[in-house]
Design a protein around this ligand. Structure first.
Ligand SMILES: [Zn+2]
Length: 277
């Protein structure tokens, strides 16, 4: 699943392709992909894409609509396999194309999703806070300094019996962390993934690890495992820097012991039993 660095990369590669361009029409090829806002779709025609940005794992288009002088958000969650690619005029939808945003300049932006777990919501900005997922989304881990992030984690972890990895994956803690960046940051901070969150003492190390790993991954355009691509079709490179994720049975880069694998928070988790304690 694309996490913070991958969605950030998609937003950055999409922005120059659509910013200040106008939408001619939005077509929904797979109705269940559109979670809400079908009645707002016609208002997007003639609207100008002002911004494409990320919040947590969500990708948002902010569209200034000509028809009512208001703004509408097209909000996408890419889940497992969602991706965007701009095609030339008259290109037919592909096997996994779920939505098409036709631009007035002729470009056709496809939202493709093989597994169809991804979704789109068309929403007025003033309705966003009525959406529980949005309203409870934790702060952005890169919008604060390491000390502020450590304070946030300290406050959320306090007294919690849950595994620290589960708390990191909870989007209410901080936004945008998934399996890859949870495993990598817990390894870098030498914290066992199944430690009780309330018992974790290396919170400053964890905050610094999270920030440095997320920044490094963004600089390398994210991690390409399975079929993640940015909005230009390019793969990221951060998968080449994984210390633990996907390396079960291989040797720990720090101590040389074989890396272990367990289910933590219902997810496959790779860690070093010797370094992470
Ligand atoms: Zn080790």
């Amino acid at each position: 699943m694309p996490e913070l660095p991958e969605v950030e990369t998609i937003a950055r590669t999409l922005l120059p392709q659509v910013q200040d361009h106008c939408i001619r029409a939005v077509s929904v090829l797979c109705p269940r992909v559109l979670q809400t806002g079908a009645s707002l779709l016609p208002q997007l025609a003639g609207g100008r894409v002002a911004r494409v940005f990320r919040r947590g794992k969500l990708l948002l288009f902010s569209v200034d609509c000509a028809q009512n002088n208001g703004t509408l958000f097209l909000v996408f969650h890419l889940k497992m396999t969602g991706r965007f690619f701009m095609h030339p005029a008259d290109s037919p939808g592909l096997k996994h194309t779920r939505m098409i945003i036709d631009m007035t300049d002729g470009g056709r932006l496809f939202f493709d999703d093989a597994r169809t777990f991804g979704f789109c919501r068309v929403m007025r900005p003033e309705d966003m806070d009525n959406w529980p997922y949005w309203a409870t989304l934790g702060p952005e881990p890169l919008d604060m300094d390491a000390g502020q992030l450590a304070a946030r984690l300290t406050a959320v972890f306090r007294g919690r019996n849950t595994a620290v990895k589960a708390v990191l994956l909870d989007q209410k803690t901080v936004a945008g962390i998934g399996n890859i960046y949870a495993d990598e940051s817990l390894f870098q901070a030498s914290i066992p993934p199944d430690a009780r969150a309330g018992d974790v003492s290396k919170i400053s190390e964890l905050a610094e690890a999270l920030q440095s790993i997320l920044r490094k991954s963004i600089a390398e355009c994210g991690s390409s495992i399975r079929d993640y691509r940015d909005a230009l079709g390019n793969a990221g490179a951060f998968q080449n820097s994984f210390a633990v994720y996907g390396r079960k049975g291989q040797l720990c880069l720090r101590c040389g012991a074989p890396l272990q694998n367990a289910r933590v928070a219902g997810r496959g988790t790779t860690f070093c039993g010797r370094c992470q304690k």
